[in-house]
Design a protein. Structure first.
Length: 604
């Protein structure tokens, strides 16, 4: 009992119980006392803890005596604790920390030795702390990997020179600071530690980058979204980045930043002098003249253009492209023609384009495996060979949330390697009565939910040997019959009369008031006295008047010994056919059709 209290020690009351009984013998590793208005670390905290979330409490002054000796503590979160002063030896007792989070504290004084006891620190988070410079006294933090200092007043991205010895340093997040100028000497340390580092400068008011300031620097990722105040500034800024080597470049604007007008058509030319493999362009503007967005992206392996207005896709001679994303750019046609013959393309995502009503075929893309065309407004009268040809490797096809997709016999010829197919919330025509999918022997996932299909037989899914997920909710099922039957289900919470005993409700409303009785045999059914009672009643009615009948569904396997406990069940199962539930999607489909038939069949 006591042990349970300890394990659940995350509420204020059990917090107290925990400390009064638990000191010394606990095995708790993670501890949260977030938002308790505490003004000191509870002294009886177990010395073995590894994670302490102390955020949203009140600790104005930090000094050596604030923390007890916690040698195993690796993660300390002190977010929003109103911390103003951090003295020299503050972290002496928790010196094995790997992660220190000080987000949202109005720190006005940082003792020069404040951080230096943290020899093992890997992540330091100083977001929104009023920081005005990166010249922090942290010479001893040689294992530092991440420095997150977004939302501060830092004006220079210049790092202290000792950081060039920080071999594992890999992330500097400076988003939303006040950096307006970057000069060559500001990047000196970066040049030495760069290699595979992520540098985030988004949301700074960049006015000037000294040309060549990034020449010869290697970065894993550079994020310069929403840093340029105008189109002209972006043009000059990109040019100034010449000679930079970066694996992934993110630029353009965030959604809610201001829009600007295009004056020139060569505003992206600077990109041609930056070496990158992946580029993410967050375009939020409508060009007044046709522009060549992709001209300097032809050597990239991954290209994403997100948000904006490009009516028509240009022909681009991508040389090594593997992944292409065209998201929310209001294309007026799906650019099958322009993108055909891209022999290296493996993944193509064209989504959230409000305009297209028509799609050209994608032809001769021998490596294409993944095609996502969801959330457009496409109408395809005949899918899918008319849309895809010579794409032998295609495995994933997503047409969900479009207008209308027509499927025909032979519609998947040449697309035999499909494994995942999604049509949900698109109107799908003809699949309900034709076996149009029969050659998709590798298909394992099919979603045709809410696709306005009327299934008239089960041959729709003929041939799908490997299917293990089938989503067909929200469609019509006609089985082999004469329209929608008028049937009503008796539910105890809805149909049983209040104030009447359960037994008389079962007899009057349930058993006697129904034409059919469905018995779902499960472990619970066997164990429930009410269920056994109901079944006995149903049997006696079944014996007396032949007009009632019982449909038995075996939901799960029940031991024979147990099923014999229910009077008559065993005998009934031997004499009558019953339905067995199965997880296999095809048998599943057959199950529903048989059940429907059994329910609406009239008795002789
Ligand atoms: C927090 O604690 C202080 C005293 O330490 C008290 O004055 C204040 O009312 C408390 N605030 C809340 C919200 O409980
Ligand atoms: C803090 O430590 C530095 C050296 O790390 C020392 O120069 C300074 O005097 C110390 N300050 C206080 C207030 O102890
Ligand atoms: C920083 O590291 C040096 C060398 O290991 C050590 O002498 C010094 O005491 C450390 N500073 C602090 C504040 O721990
Ligand atoms: C940002 O820096 C400029 C100088 O570059 C300064 O004039 C301005 O006050 C700073 N803004 C803030 C919010 O600190
Ligand atoms: C570069 O860094 C990223 C993320 O920081 C990491 O996933 C990747 O493995 C690194 N690559 C190399 C070559 O070190
Ligand atoms: C693409 O790569 C080729 C060969 O490496 C080079 O000649 C060309 O300038 C590059 N183009 C761009 C736009 O980067
Ligand atoms: C298809 O795209 C829709 C909309 O983007 C998404 O919700 C769904 O998960 C995708 N389907 C699969 C199988 O990935």
């Amino acid at each position: 009992m006591m042990r349970r209290v300890k394990m659940n020690s995350f509420t204020i009351s059990s917090f107290i119980i925990f400390f009064s009984i638990g000191a010394g013998e606990s095995c708790t590793k993670h501890y949260s006392c977030m938002g308790r208005n505490l003004s000191c670390i509870p002294p009886s905290i177990p010395s073995s803890i590894q994670t302490l979330d102390f955020s949203f409490n009140v600790l104005k002054h930090l000094q050596k005596t604030v923390f007890p000796v916690l040698s195993f503590l690796r993660v300390l979160d002190l977010s929003r604790c109103q911390i103003e002063h951090i003295e020299n030896d503050t972290f002496y007792n928790v010196k094995n920390l790997a992660t220190l989070i000080l987000t949202g504290n109005p720190i006005t004084y940082f003792g020069p030795g404040g951080l230096n006891s943290l020899h093992n620190l890997q992540r330091l988070v100083l977001v929104d702390t009023g920081l005005s410079s990166l010249q922090l006294q942290m010479n001893n933090l040689t294992k530092l990997q991440e420095l997150r200092v977004g939302t501060n007043n830092v004006q220079s991205m210049s790092l202290p020179s000792f950081m060039s010895n920080f071999k594992d340093f890999s992330l500097l997040d400076l988003h939303a600071n006040n950096i307006s100028i970057i000069k060559t000497d500001h990047t000196a340390v970066l040049r030495e530690i760069g290699r595979n580092m992520t540098l985030i400068l988004s949301w700074n008011p960049l006015l000037y980058i000294e040309p060549g300031a990034f020449k010869g620097i290697y970065l894993g990722e550079l994020d310069i979204r929403s840093v340029f105040i105008s189109c002209a500034a972006q043009k000059v800024g990109l040019k100034a980045l010449y000679g930079l080597n970066v694996k992934r470049l993110k630029f353009g604007k965030h959604k809610d930043s201001f829009r600007f007008q295009f004056s020139d058509t060569d505003f992206l030319d600077g990109l041609c002098s930056i070496y990158f493999q992946e580029v993410y362009y967050y375009i939020m503007e409508k060009p007044s003249k046709p522009i060549s967005v992709f001209r300097c992206m032809i050597n990239a392996t991954n290209v994403a253009v997100i948000g904006g207005l490009i009516d028509e896709m240009e022909y681009v001679h991508f040389r090594e492209i593997k992944e292409l994303y065209l998201v929310s750019i209001k294309l007026s046609t799906l650019p099958g023609k322009q993108l055909s013959h891209l022999h290296t393309l493996e993944k193509l995502v064209i989504t959230h384009n409000s305009a297209p009503s028509w799609a050209d075929a994608f032809i001769d893309m021998p490596k294409l495996q993944y095609l996502d065309l969801s959330s457009n407004r496409i109408t395809l009268k005949q899918c899918c060979t008319t849309l895809l040809s010579d794409t032998p490797q295609i495995r994933y096809l997503n047409f969900s949330r479009n207008a209308e997709i027509g499927l025909d016999v032979g519609g998947f010829d040449g697309l035999d390697s499909l494994e995942i197919l999604d049509f949900h919330h698109s109107t799908v025509v003809r699949v309900g009565y034709l076996s149009v999918l029969s050659n998709l022997k590798y298909l394992r996932y099919l979603d045709v939910s809410y696709s306005r299909i009327t299934f008239t037989n089960i041959f729709s899914f003929y041939g799908l040997k490997n299917l293990n997920v089938l989503k067909i909710a929200g469609n019509n099922f006609q089985g082999d019959v004469n329209g929608v039957p008028r049937i009503q289900l008796c539910l105890h919470m809805r149909d049983f009369q209040a104030g009447k005993s359960i037994a008389s409700n079962i007899i009057d409303e349930g058993i006697m008031g129904s034409r059919k009785i469905i018995v779902v045999v499960s472990q619970h059914f066997i164990d429930s006295a009410w269920c056994r009672f109901e079944f006995e009643l149903a049997q006696s009615r079944f014996m007396m008047e032949r007009s009632a009948n019982i449909i038995i569904i075996i939901l799960e396997d029940v031991e024979e010994r147990k099923s014999k406990k229910v009077f008559g069940l065993h005998k009934h199962l031997k004499k009558n056919t019953y339905l067995k539930w199965s997880r296999d999607p095809l048998s599943n489909m057959r199950f529903w059709i048989r059940l429907r038939k059994a329910i609406i069949a009239t008795n002789q």
